[in-house]
Design a protein around this ligand. Sequence first.
Ligand code: AMP
Ligand code: ZN
Ligand code: FE
Ligand code: FE
Length: 276
Amino acid sequence: MSLKIDLHTHTTYSDGTLSPSALVQRAYDCGITAISITDHDSLNGLQEAIECGKDLGIDVIPGVEISTDLDDKEIHLLAYFIDIENEEFQKYLSFFRDERFHRAKRIVRKLQNLGLHITIDDVMAQAQNSAVGRPHIAYALMELGIIKNYTEAFEKYIGDYGPAFERKIHVSPHSALKLISDAGGLSFIAHPGYMKESLLLSLIKAGIDGIECVHPSHNESQVTFYRGIVNQYCLLETGGSDFHGGKKMDDETLGKFYIGQNQLEAMRKMLHKYSA
Ligand code: AMP
Ligand code: ZN
Ligand code: FE
Ligand code: FE
């Protein structure tokens, strides 16, 4: 039987709707044998997930999805096997989450100026203590009855070209790559489907360890294309469902997007090489 390994998922510590243990349980029920929790800009769900994984006998790989940008384009990086106790890394993530909070307040102010009755408290009721992002604002707008569904929030207000859009603070992929390798982790370009090939190549040149080939936003020919790049440049391959718990109409993705044991073994080999 081939193993199902899902290295891209989100919990309530970012914009997912399941707690880390509920997510690990659900993955186990879907036949997933190893999982990475890759919350946006937070490692806080990992301990709970790792403990739950031990109970169930499912491997939980420490992960995180980091937001960076280059030339005004947002680039997500996935990092795996980071030392979750690494102080510099934790300090950076904590700073970035504070900045996310300030940005959420700026977005809310813009929404209020557009005449919407929403407050930062409505948003934080959705985000709780997690890394607050636009999905929480969309959930709050839904809860308040201002919009009918999740995508409407982006189409009308908070999408990249919407009237209430605000950027996150600028962090270059290059500085994130250094943070990741200093914390002992491996770095991957997340869901590159939207990216120009020149940008992909510049990230490879900057020292990325691998590419997320399997992702719900990639069609079959894209998966083949990215696997070709991985082979050509001797990189690692990752993949997963980017499951957020169903609220983003992604209920069906868990258990359907995964990589196999060979890819995970290749990552472990690379880690050994780095630490030798
Ligand atoms: P943030 O990190 O706060 O900028 O939020 C980014 C997240 O919002 C992405 O990971 C997507 O899940 C979601 N998102 C961004 N644009 C859209 C869109 N047009 N429609 C639906 N979801 C979106
Ligand atoms: Zn997300
Ligand atoms: Fe992403
Ligand atoms: Fe994601």
